[in-house]
Write a protein that binds this ligand. Structure first.
Ligand code: AMP
Ligand code: GLY
Length: 428
């Protein structure tokens, strides 16, 4: 039986997916692959932007490809899953309506409220005037979030009048978020520690991947602006067994039930962004796809056959009842262009020979392109990831940084403290 798939997306997350699916002996077809994806997959023909999904569908049917796997949220919002399924193609990913759990935060918050799922108290604004009113309703600190997609950059922590004015300026005057800011979620600030829990589900049954922790702020000690994520590690022991069971009981089971009940059953990867406050879990956000850079730490420690599980889910019939995890830790550090997440350096050319990395370290390219053999240029802010594996968290962190020291690329930066918080959770 053929084991193959078409992967949409070409960032660090998709590099890790491609790496793992390749290990599982599945043949991956890719579109405009980055250098890592390129080395683990077969590149499809160049398709034109117009009628892209139709061209992919024709290719998938022609090559007898078993499923399409969708990485980035923009394809979900665009209705790619619905399109491929209407052509009889199996897809790992939720429909456009189900993806609203991520693409419309006000929808997610209302659903959580209706089904008593623990999350920060909130109000929704649909105008500048209402936003001014809501400022007086909440006390500092509170959080303002654009309801639509914003590449991880649409949340503002409001500590004082000045922060509020800056957020209002960015949202309503500069219109930095376009239509994504038609609604703004105002919510109370939750003090606590964050963790990301990934659920693989066909809408009825589900499997849990090892919890990870992202590092959203740009600079060391969680300083600077929010980013798409600057590093991760897994497993994250903040979620001990008791807390994990509590998340499943209070969050995962109720949200899957709620989505089924509201006729938007979820199929694919449900990302639960958690805040743990006084040993109780609260939802910060849901995403409708694998997280980046958590995936780069989680997938290398998964022993089970990911292809089988994804195909079962794409077929809406999850049969696997348990995911086997290796007894190792992974730490991922993102190397980004200077200036990211704001206006960052473009056209950084660099050389990177994978042979300088040790044998427990993986290189996952993200926004980069190979211009000559061994010579690359950045095509975005987060350029590549270094993921190191070892039998303890501290060793995997040390290994990642020892490898990073061998790589010295001008005009780039990375955080020096990825995984550090995780060491405090080891004995929880
Ligand atoms: P989001 O855009 O919802 O993913 O939020 C981005 C980041 O902002 C989260 O990972 C948290 O670090 C922070 N954040 C969001 N909502 C809250 C909240 N209610 N309380 C505290 N921090 C939050
Ligand atoms: N790492 C955060 C995200 O993928 O949204």
């Amino acid at each position: 039986m053929k084991r193959n798939l078409f992967l949409l997306g070409n960032g660090g997350r998709e590099s890790a997916l491609c790496f793992k699916l390749n290990k599982d002996k599945a043949l991956v077809y890719s579109l405009y692959p980055n250098p890592t994806i390129s080395s683990y997959s077969i590149k499809s023909p160049d398709f034109t932007k117009e009628n892209l999904y139709q061209q992919i569908a024709d290719f998938v049917i022609h090559k007898d490809i078993k499923m399409v796997v969708i990485g980035p949220e923009k394809f979900l919002e665009d209705g790619a899953v619905d399109f491929f399924e209407s052509k009889g193609i199996k897809v790992f990913g939720p429909s456009k309506e189900s993806a609203k759990i991520e693409t419309d935060k006000s929808f997610a918050k209302e659903l959580m409220k209706k089904y008593n799922i623990p999350t920060a108290k909130f109000e929704i604004s649909d105008s500048k005037d209402r936003s001014f009113d809501l400022k007086n309703y909440f006390s500092f600190p509170f959080v303002m979030k654009v309801s639509g997609l914003a590449a991880g950059k649409g949340s503002f922590i409001i500590n004082n009048e000045n922060d509020f004015e800056n957020a209002m300026d960015s949202i309503y005057d500069k219109k930095s978020f376009g239509r994504s800011a038609e609604k703004i979620v105002f919510e109370e600030f939750l003090e606590g520690d964050e963790s990301s829990l990934f659920i693989m589900t066909d809408g009825k049954k589900f499997l849990t991947l090892p919890p990870a922790q992202d590092h959203k702020k740009a600079y060391n000690s969680d300083q600077g602006p929010n980013t798409g994520g600057m590093g991760s590690y897994a497993p994250c022991k903040l979620l001990n067994d008791k807390l994990k069971n509590s998340c499943i009981e209070k969050i995962v089971e109720p949200i899957l039930y709620a989505m089924k009940k509201e006729s938007v059953p979820f199929k694919g990867l449900l990302y639960v962004g958690l805040m743990i406050k006084h040993n109780e879990p609260f939802v910060v956000e849901f995403n409708a796809r694998f997280g980046d850079p958590e995936t780069q730490s989680i997938l290398p420690i998964v022993e089970s056959d990911l292809y089988d599980i994804m195909l079962q889910i794409a077929s809406k019939n999850l049969e696997t009842s348990d995911i086997k995890i290796k007894n190792v830790y992974a730490t991922t550090v993102v190397v980004a262009a200077k200036g990211y997440p704001e206006d960052y350096k473009k056209d950084i050319q660099f050389e990177l020979d994978e042979n300088i990395l040790d044998d427990k370290t993986l290189l996952f390219h993200a926004s980069s392109k190979e211009i000559f053999p061994g010579r690359f240029i950045n095509t975005g802010g987060r350029i590549f990831n270094i993921t190191s594996l070892d039998d303890s968290l501290v060793k995997s962190i040390e290994r990642a940084y020892a490898n990073l020291k061998r790589i010295n690329i001008p005009d780039t930066f990375y955080r020096d403290d990825i995984g550090k918080k995780g060491l405090d959770y080891e004995n929880l």
